[in-house]
Design a protein around this ligand. Structure first.
Ligand SMILES: Nc1ncnc2c1ncn2[C@@H]1O[C@H](COP(=O)(O)OP(=O)(O)O)[C@@H](O)[C@H]1O
Ligand SMILES: [Mg+2]
Length: 303
């Protein structure tokens, strides 16, 4: 299985999710290839040398003799097997080689083992663009705020036209629109709502050595993403009819996208007037909890 993990703008946590998936994948042999054209982060974060890594992998792919990822893979302290990339823009050339001359070899390897590829930000001109057409799953991460979702929507046209596998959104951050609404409005299924977690993200960035990090909320969410991807059936790819573009000037559509301030649940408004000690006792609003997204009633099933 070949899984591409990406964002469209900012740094919503692509590399963090990618490392988490490689460390927590339910089957053995999952490998993460760090192929962000802007440069790798994981060697610095975990105190590794970037070699062996992507540079050697790309050189092998260039010769047309790539038969295994193992010689280019290193194991990080969190248990993730990763093909590390050096920092800097030279990665773009390696990524391009992998996504062109190495494409068939990578596809063949992905038939034998789960291969995750961190491609950083999606751009039409990205050297990683070729990977979108051969991936089984393409994940796009963005927070739930209107600005971030507008950025996603603005790119959906070309992204949809090149992705042949399954396209998923992953909502990050605590605020903004709930995944259920995003799925309906953009017509793309939201795979998961990842929680904000300093501890979990710290462990997955090599900042914290927390032996029990696998039990943290973020790790449990990442495992949920992996399980969903390994069990997803084509018929479960459902998308409701969008209400309309979030960039629409139609007043009726604009009204739908009014800032969600008025939607604060009464329990939270009441809590705002209580002493802090009592506020902590209140349950969190449903849309801020992480977990699988309640998908809307299916109205359209892609063949
Ligand atoms: N779920 C999360 N909760 C809290 N912090 C996070 C989370 N995911 C990522 N981060 C932090 O945000 C920063 C950017 O994350 P990173 O995964 O490198 O983003 P990207 O790859 O999209 O640029 C890092 O400092 C990381 O630890
Ligand atoms: Mg990154």
């Amino acid at each position: 299985m070949l899984i591409v993990i990406s964002s469209v703008k900012g740094a919503p946590g692509v590399t963090t999710l990618a490392v988490g998936l490689a460390a927590l994948w339910p089957e053995p042999d999952a490998v993460l290839v760090e192929a962000d054209p802007a440069g790798g982060d994981l060697a610095a974060r975990f105190g590794h040398s970037p070699e062996p890594g992507l540079t050697g992998l790309a050189a092998q792919a260039h010769t047309g003799t790539l038969a295994s990822l193992a010689p280019f893979t290193q194991r990080l302290a969190v248990g993730a097997d990763v093909v590390l990339a050096p920092a800097g823009e030279t990665v773009a050339a390696s990524t391009f080689t992998l996504a062109t001359r190495g494409l068939q070899a990578l596809r063949r390897l992905a038939e034998q083992q789960p291969v995750l590829v961190d491609v950083g930000r999606l751009e039409q001109s990205s050297p990683a663009a070729g990977l979108l057409g051969v991936a089984d799953h393409v994940l796009v991460l963005a927070d739930g705020e209107l600005a971030a979702q507008t950025q996603v929507e603005a790119r959906l046209g070309w992204v949809r036209s090149v992705v042949t596998g399954r396209l998923w959104l992953v909502r990050t951050g605590a605020g903004g629109y709930p995944g259920r609404e995003i799925a309906r409005d953009l017509g793309v299924p939201v795979l998961w709502e990842l929680p904000d977690s300093q501890l979990g993200a710290g462990a997955l960035a090599g900042r914290l050595r927390a032996p029990a990090w696998r039990r943290l909320r973020l790790a449990r969410a990442v495992r949920g993403v992996a399980l969903t991807l390994t069990t997803a059936q084509p018929a479960s790819i459902l998308a409701a009819e969008p209400v309309g573009s979030i960039m629409s000037t139609d007043p009726a559509v604009r009204a739908h996208y009014a800032p969600p301030v008025a939607a604060v649940p009464p329990v939270i408004q009441a809590a705002a007037h209580q002493p802090r000690a009592q506020q902590r006792m209140e349950p969190r609003p449903a849309e801020q909890q992480s977990g699988p997204v309640q998908r809307p009633e299916p109205v359209q099933v892609r063949p």
